[in-house]
Design a protein around this ligand. Sequence first.
Ligand code: HPA
Ligand code: ZN
Length: 354
Amino acid sequence: MVVAVPYLLEVTTDAKGVTLKDQLIAYAASLPKAELHLHIEGSLEPELMFTLAQRNHTDIPFKSVEEVRAAYSFSNLQDFLDIYYQGMSVLNTEEDFFDLTMAYLNRVRTDNVRHTEIFFDPQGHTERGVAFDTAIGGILTALSLAKKQFGMTSKLIMCFLRHLPEEGAINTLHAAEPWLDRIDGVGLDSSELGHPPSKFERVFKAARERGLKLAAHAGEEGPPDYVYEALDLLHIDRLDHGNRSLEDDALVKRLVSEQMTLTVCPLSNLKLCVVDDMTAHPLKKMLDLGLRATVNSDDPSYFGGYMNDNFAAVITALDLCQDDIKTLAKNSFRGSFLSEGEIRAHLAAIDLFQ
Ligand code: HPA
Ligand code: ZN
């Protein structure tokens, strides 16, 4: 039997009417995966926002969960960031950060995420009077509990807010000093346009000297030049988003030859109008070019889905085959900051799935 669907001319179904795409979505859901691009503050679900607002007697400008969700309509990154920083105002105590992190870990456990590398935005908290130690303390307690309770491993990446001066990032690195044995890397996020990676060269050098891994958002809204700067001036180990690299053939060639991991976020790209439509998403093209692309959720509460929702969206819209999906799952571990031995074990586990 042949059924017409919007994305393919035709899709075969089995006797029960299950399409090949349904099978691929189920296959992706079943695979062990790592998440490499997740802002923990962006996993704050409206329900938890209300619970925390009540607990802390914090005012929020919404009357209901439905009203919050209705406000999540964005035309660009800045639109989203304005509401993302507003949402953070309910996070005040160590317990709040613990509850936030635990909710995310419990949720993605059901998506077969076995390892996660979490971003947090300390300046989003210290700028409004919440201590660095309060935020990181709650997050780390949840990460160790998840390891103990259900064997999920994690890394923690501290992001610098690029719309603020580099001095703020340097102060943040100093505040992090007592925690550096439990912080694995630094990242660069927030408003990209007008805030090129070159603005953060000194603080990234200082982070590198402290043995931290380096990641940076580049090429989400910013031009390929920002990706070059992230590579040449910041010496990144991983590129967050990187979509606009595709505008520059020489850059693509370099990213392929360096086997640079791109942490691609399909639902985020759709919600922030980085792509007009999921059928126009460059993920399949990235894989075909040999780029080490991965699938991630970015800010799942704001963008409408967690890890498996992102896989389902790209499988539905693009012509991904089973091998592509396996490659994406493997890339998520290859691009992680786990040890070589740990990565090998995860890749072998994926090979057991058919
Ligand atoms: N881009 C840049 N900064 C961010 C994002 C993003 O998608 N999410 C949270 N901070
Ligand atoms: Zn991001």
